[in-house]
Structure formats: structure tokens, C-alpha cells
Design a protein around this ligand. Sequence first.
Ligand code: ATP
Ligand code: MG
Length: 444
Amino acid sequence: MKKLTETSEKRILTMLEDAGYEAYFVGGCVRDSLRGGDFGDVDITTNARPEDIKRVFSGWSTIDTGIKHGTVMVVMGTNVEVTTYRSDGIYSDNRHPDKVEFITSLKEDLGRRDFTMNAIAMDSWGNLTDPFGGEEDIKAGVIRAVGNSQKRFEEDALRIMRALRFAAALGFAIEPETEEELFRSKELLSKVSAERIYAEFKKLIIGKFAGQVIRKYADVLGQLMPELVAMKGFSQCNPYHKYDVLEHCLRTMEAVRTDKSNKAYMRMAALFHDAGKPSTFFKDEEGVGHFYGHPAKSKELACGLLKRMKADGFTVERVGVLVKNHDLLFERNGKLLKRRLNKFGPEILLEILDIKEADNFATGNMSSDLGAKFKDVRCVIEKILEEQQCFCIKHLAVSGKDLIGLGVEEGPEIGAILDKLLEGVLEGRIPNKKDPLIEFIKRS
Ligand code: ATP
Ligand code: MG
């Protein structure tokens, strides 16, 4: 495992030190290296003022984006954030510190940070400054607010979301007092900007322990996503389903194939695929629950929620397609699967299949032959793709240009003929070869 003190970023510390300043690694990189894991971005804290940082690195490229808050980005392959020691003062709107004050004490800078595990500084030799017992908490797997948790969540309610995000990513437990305050302060979440919340939510949902965290803190997240609370405890009254709607959705999310579970949109689609069940619920005379039209309703709710959270357009759209089609029928039938490939394209079709398999698994009643059926369907799709069998107009052995060459007028007729040819090929009535296709056009 690479050590922080062996990274190229160490040079930034030594250059600041050589210029007479203090400088330390801080935040996530120290936390993750103490956990013995890989670390992402390296953050550096220093008593040098922004203008001093820029002077020390005048021979390098620097970016001023966060300079108001004391952050200078030093460009070094990746961008390294170098931030002046600061105290954040009061957050009267629960969003931004009213004013940032540059200070001279490292300990005070660590004291403004959110959790003890994120409030450890490491110098260029690997020595730690750890005034809040962060190392102990990392060893014990505990997320603990620095100082008074109530005050810290009032200052910046995003920390509530960050606590959940770290719990989901690291599998750490939230310390009881901090946890109690999470529940008590949850309403403050409404004051945090959607963009900040969504950035944390995206990290939360791909966390290895996301299911456990959402299960345990559904009421906290429910402040932002009432859709989750509506699913919680909602009985499906259906012998096919063992679990209530939320539990079923969580299990679906947890069952998404591991090679795709790092895709936030896959996990979001799984989590919200049945969000429309509570509002479409209907009990028949035998007391059995049905949810007619729930995929479309779930799509509406999931996309509404994501738009509210200011998710990017790609995510909203992809989650929408996956949720709306999660009930699609799949058979081990080449013709049917080619039609589906034509409609969705291979990537989305395979994702729908993944969600559907996870969904079936999460009923608690998936039989082993159902697993075999998914495998079979995947094999057929793979074969179609491998053999480059024709399933869309692009694959036809004749093109629009060929048709024009044959005297067909440019315009909608071209599309109509190509559709007809594709239909013939999919049905197995015409081989996908130029001569027979042209022959067919001439005949019809
Ligand atoms: P990651 O590994 O995801 O980057 P991180 O802990 O480095 O996790 P960042 O958002 O990069 O998270 O923040 C860097 C550091 O800044 C944190 O470790 C923490 O010390 C401090 N910090 C970030 N956001 C807050 C906040 N809202 N309140 C207090 N301190 C914060
Ligand atoms: Mg970081």
C-alpha cells in the first residue's frame, strides 16, 4: 500500500516547509491511509496565506477557484488543494460560513472539521497531530463529530449527510451521541443546497454498506426523500413478496451485480424501482395486493426526486428508463431479444436485465430455475452480439444510400422501407444479405 509520505504530493509539503511554513496532509487522505486503504485526493493544510502559497509555487501552475476560502489548487498531475488554516465562524444559514478567518493554529483548523477521523494532520515524516482522538476512532470504526454534535450540525447540516455517506462507504458505526443528534437535527437538511446533498448522496449510494445505512436512517434521509418513508413498512399483501416495499427495494439495491454496483444510477434505479407501489396499491377480493401501472408511477417519482436533487440529466434519464422497464418480460427467445436490443441498445437492455434479476432475487422467493433462466437469456444476448447478428437498421446489409441508388425518393419512404426490411430480417423471412434484400424491395 502506498504511503502518503511517499507520494509525489509530499513535495508540496517540503516546498512549503523549506519556505518557512508549516504544512500537513489532512482530511480524507490521512483517514484512508490510516485505515490501510487507498486514498483519493490529497488535501494539504498550511499556515501560509493564499498569496504566500502562490508565491512558493510561482514556478508551477496554480488555480484560484477557492481562494476566498483560503484554497489554492496546485496543479501537479492531479489538482492538490492547499488550504490556509482557517476557522469557519458561524453558519447562520446552515449552508456557508458567514465569514472565513485565517488563523495560525493547526489545532484550531482541525477543530472546524466535521468528524474526528477527518481531523488528523500528518507531517512530511508521517507524524500525526490528532487532538480529538481520530486515530482511536478509526481503529474502532467510529464516526464521531468533533466537539458538540448539535452545534456542529447546526453550523452545517450537510455534515448529517456526510456522516451517513461515510458510514455507507466505510461500514463505520455512528457514535451514539452523534447518532441521536442526526435524528434530532434532520430537519436542518432542508436548508442545505440540493447540489451539496446530491454530491454526498451519490457517494452514499455506491457505498458497500449503503443498504444498511439507508435501512437504519430512512427517517433521516426521508427529510429529503419522503418517497423512502412512504415505502417503509408498506406491506405488499402478496404471497410472491416476503418483504415490505422499502425492504424489497433495499434488497434489490444490494443484489445489483457487483460489477455494476459502483454505478450510482444502477443503485438509484434499484432503490426506487418500486417507489410507485404505495400510491398504486389495490387489494382484490381475496385480500391480495396488486400495483397496476406501478413502473410508470415509480419512474415519475424517481425522476421527480432526482430532478429535485439537481441530479445530472444523464442520471435522471437512465434511472427513468431502468425503472419504467423493470417489469419487462424476458424469454430465451432470439427474436424477442433482438427486438429489445433494437429498442434499448445492448448496454441499457443488459442493465434492465440486471435490475430485473436483482428485483426477482429480492422478493425472497427466487427459485434456482429463475436464476438459470436469467443466465440463459444473457447467453442468447451475448451470442447475438458476438455473432454481430442484425437487430437494428444500422446492421442491415443495405443502407438508405442503396435505396436512393435504386430510385427510391429521399424522405420518409426510405425509413419505412428500412423498417420493413428489418422486420423481415428479425422474423427470419429474409436473410440479411444485399441481393435478397434488394430483391425483396423490388418485389414489394
Ligand atoms: P473523500 O475521501 O470523499 O474526499 P474527505 O474527508 O476528504 O473525503 P472532502 O469533502 O474532500 O472529504 O473534505 C476534505 C476535508 O475537509 C474533510 O476530511 C474534513 O476534514 C473537511 N470537511 C469537508 N467538508 C466539511 C464540512 N461540511 N464540515 C466540516 N469539515 C469538512
Ligand atoms: Mg477529499
